[in-house]
Design a binder for this molecule. Structure first.
Ligand code: BYC
Length: 316
């Protein structure tokens, strides 16, 4: 039976069970989930742009096929996530309108340009890698539809991460120009990838509540550290240098120490002043307008089908 009140909600959270759409939940819990799942869905959809930009320029048919499949997967992730958000009483149209109006955020990382082919490998390796680190944690989130969406998304993101890393292995085994292209790519993406985890815990406005509600189970900084620890050996294997002079293994902590993040840059990008914020949203709005006829045709078709079905039932 659906939960009826705060006490029942608290008991489910304490027992590490799932909250489901028809359950009673605090307004703040619903609100923060709509915000976070909406932002997550928008990130997947806007995130199709940096890589989509390279589909026509992939160097082989094999790489093109992988890239098309990956970009299509990201679109699918956006759709699962919009559906998960809809279970909280908001429509997909409302979420998309909030994105287009600039009142909903999406991940800062997608406001950086893809300048060379190695960027396609680096996005898979670092961006999908960072996303998985966060999403494995979210697959244990207390809201059932969000956590279940994460299970499938993480499986697909693992393939994305591996194809990106494999692309870079090939480039790093190649010519000196290919290796240099890979280094240029990691130089540009390393710090923005660390920013994906959000502000320092001390500046994270939502963490305390989200952790109490078990939406988040690991802090922004702890996830960031987990990502750095997993990624440095992978960069070593590629023979690529991480652009951080302060990066050093700390025996005592059992973790890598790393240098300060440029939070000024992070907040500028979050506020809409990153290198490509305007272009990304303009492109998204234009695609929405250009696709209006498809949505209208689909609705007209569904209405015709429903009318036909109604008529055949009436006369049966
Ligand atoms: N970028 O209190 P905090 C993918 C905002 S796509 C922009 O710590 P929270 C892929 C935050 O929203 C998957 N904004 O927030 C696709 C809040 O502002 P508001 C990407 C950020 O929610 C295609 C404020 O800063 N993953 O994998 O507790 C190709 C304070 O932050 C960012 C997701 O979207 C940021 N990086 O924690 C390849 C993950 N960080 O809302 C790959 C889903 C923070 O109060 N989201 N802000 O105005 C989350 O897990 C959490 O929302 C965050 C932040 C960890 C990002």
């Amino acid at each position: 039976m659906a939960l009826q009140d705060q006490a029942e909600f608290d008991a489910v959270i304490a027992a590490d069970d799932k909250i489901e759409p028809t359950d009673w939940m605090p307004d703040g819990y619903r609100k923060t989930l709509i915000r976070q799942i909406g932002q997550h869905a928008h990130s997947e959809i806007i995130g199709m742009q940096p890589e989509g930009n390279w589909i026509s320029r992939a160097p082989t048919l094999h790489r093109k096929a992988i890239l098309i499949a990956k970009v299509q997967d990201e679109g699918g992730h956006g759709l699962y996530l919009y559906s998960a958000a809809e279970t909280l009483g908001v429509t997909r149209d409302q979420l998309v309108a909030a994105l287009h109006a600039g009142s909903h955020k999406y991940s800062s990382i997608f406001n950086y340009p893809t300048l060379n082919w190695a960027d396609i490998g680096t996005i898979g390796w670092l961006v999908d890698g960072a996303a998985i680190t966060n999403q494995v944690m979210l697959s244990r989130s207390s809201y059932g539809p969000y956590s279940r969406a994460m299970v499938r998304i993480c499986k697909e993101e693992s393939f994305h991460q591996r194809q990106g890393y494999e692309l870079l292995i090939r480039l790093c085994e190649g010519s000196s120009e290919q290796k240099a292209m890979s280094q240029d790519s990691i130089d540009r993406w390393w710090w923005p990838a660390l920013m994906m985890f959000g502000p320092h815990d001390s500046d994270s406005t939502h963490s305390a509540e989200s952790t109490a509600w078990k939406i988040k189970r690991v802090s922004n900084d702890d996830l960031r550290q987990q990502f750095v620890d997993a990624t440095v050996p992978q960069a070593d294997y590629l023979g690529l240098h991480i652009p951080d002079p302060d990066l050093v293994w700390n025996e005592e902590r059992g973790h890598y120490d790393f240098g300060p993040i440029d939070w000024e840059e992070f907040w500028q990008v979050v506020k809409g002043n990153g290198p490509l914020n305007r272009e990304r949203l303009d492109h998204k709005r234009a695609a929405w307008d250009d696709g209006a006829w498809v949505r209208e045709a689909a609705v007209a078709h569904a209405e015709k089908q429903a009318a036909r079905e109604f008529e055949s039932r009436r006369t049966a």
